[in-house]
Design a binder for this molecule. Structure first.
Ligand SMILES: Cc1cc2nc3c(=O)[nH]c(=O)nc-3n(C[C@H](O)[C@H](O)[C@H](O)COP(=O)(O)OP(=O)(O)OC[C@H]3O[C@@H](n4cnc5c(N)ncnc54)[C@H](O)[C@@H]3O)c2cc1C
Length: 401
């Protein structure tokens, strides 16, 4: 195993034997079951879910990866999760996101430490049927205003929560939400009325079968097409006050901690995309002959491959460093996840671009995997912190030291 190749799943270090077995099983599932069928999911009708494959993932624990073992989950930490997500993304980032978004539903509950809410809302994910979750933060206009605290007072038209006795009444429209068309449960960020912008952000756990919940448009995305995404409309949905996750007005703290953790798995996803592109570029560069030499012997192609390899190695090293630190440090680190995601997201786009160039016209055909990967590579630069949001966080932190 070297710094740019597929990890040897059996040789991964730093995991206890139960977690290691789970990573091997899910990693092999990604390579053997998810990768060969990625093209089929990509070209299926909008919103189609490969339920058979989701069921296979469920049987391996893929829908309860971050849930602690005493609650029936796999109890994977950030390092183990990162390895699984890199493998799934190298196979099909869209499919990886179905499992990732379900994990994102779990995360605020787990971070809150609220045993009652956690037990009742996580139990369905440890049973023997497929249940998906989603995490609904984004809206048409809230973007950066729910990522950077100093933007909060400028947020407009955000989903509101009005207190009415022992309930909150939720009203608003969430957009771009992975799994929204098919999820049973959502963790939802809403602003408690009376607080300017998004300064009153509060997290609620909502059953999407409750009265007043409407599933709106299913989005026709450019990439990540295996993962359904869409709107969730809340028409005065009555939510018991006991379904507030953490404290009322505590949404920002949850959002920031959750974001820092997610950035690690997102960086692992981007590393998987960058690695997949490198594999395509390498394969063609050793097959294709031009002027009597294979492509990689031409210096300009060699430079492309070397730059791609350097990006895979640095992305992986950074997400692993962030994961190891997050596994043993509280509060959750902020700098390392942001650095990892910034580098890996850029690597995903750079490497898919270079692989398209190395493969020539064949990469431009709908039948070639690279055009799917090129489309997928742009997703990570939008969610869980754009390069601009990450740059602001990193610069804040390094100028403070
Ligand atoms: C594949 C995918 C899956 C997603 N899944 C989910 C999900 O499950 N749940 C969910 O809640 N959301 C999800 N999202 C939505 C995502 O969280 C939002 O798209 C993201 O928060 C950015 O918001 P926006 O698209 O409105 O961009 P905007 O906030 O409108 O930003 C547009 C551009 O302006 C830049 N910008 C904004 N403010 C500044 C500033 N102050 N300085 C410099 N640049 C700035 C941004 O960096 C960006 O480049 C998903 C998105 C994608 C693409």
């Amino acid at each position: 195993m070297n710094a740019v190749s597929r990890p040897d799943l059996y040789a991964i270090e730093g995991l206890d034997s139960t977690h290691h077995k789970a990573v091997v099983a899910l990693g092999e599932f990604a390579r053997d079951r998810v990768a060969p069928t990625a093209r089929r999911r990509d070209s299926a009708a909008i919103g189609t879910v490969d339920w058979d494959l989701v069921e296979e993932a469920r049987q391996l624990g893929g829908l309860r990866m971050g849930i602690p073992e005493d609650l029936g989950g796999l109890g994977l930490g950030n390092l183990a999760l990162g390895y699984v997500m890199e493998e799934l993304a190298a196979a099909d980032p869209g499919f990886a996101l179905i499992l990732g978004a379900t994990g994102l539903f779990h995360l605020p509950l787990l971070l809150s430490g609220d045993r009652r809410l956690t037990e009742s809302y996580l139990a369905p994910f440890t049973g023997d049927t497929v249940i998906l979750g989603c995490n609904a933060v984004a809206e048409e206009l809230n973007g950066m205003d729910v990522v950077r605290r100093e933007h909060a007072e400028y947020a407009v038209d955000i989903t509101t929560a009005r207190q009415d006795g022992d309930h909150y009444v939720i009203r608003g429209r969430k957009k771009f939400i992975t799994n929204a068309p098919v999820a049973r449960f959502a963790t939802v960020m809403a602003n408690i009325e009376g607080n300017p912008g998004s300064t009153g952000l509060t997290c609620f756990v909502i059953d999407l079968e409750w009265d007043g919940v409407v599933r709106g448009e299913t989005h026709d995305k450019v990439g990540y097409r295996a993962a359904p995404a869409g709107e969730l409309i809340f028409n005065d949905v009555r939510v018991p006050a006991e379904n507030v996750i953490g404290d009322p007005l505590g949404g920002w703290d949850l959002n920031v901690t959750q974001g820092n953790l997610c950035r690690i798995t997102c960086a692992a996803i981007s590393t998987g995309i960058a690695r997949h592109s490198l594999e395509h570029g390498l394969q063609w560069s050793t097959e294709r002959r031009q002027t009597g030499k294979v492509l990689y012997e031409h210096q300009m192609s060699a430079r492309k491959l070397a730059d791609m390899a350097a990006r895979v190695a640095s992305s992986r090293a950074l997400w692993i460093e962030a994961a190891k630190k997050a596994d043993v440090t509280l509060p959750v680190p902020e700098l390392e996840p942001a650095l990892a995601k910034l580098v890996a997201d850029e690597a995903a786009v750079f490497n898919s671009n270079m692989a398209m160039s190395l493969l020539g016209a064949r990469s431009f055909q709908r039948t070639n995997d690279m055009e799917r990967i090129l489309r997928d590579s742009f997703g990570p630069r939008i969610y869980e912190g754009s390069p601009e949001a990450l740059a602001l966080t990193i610069t804040d932190l390094i100028t403070r030291q």
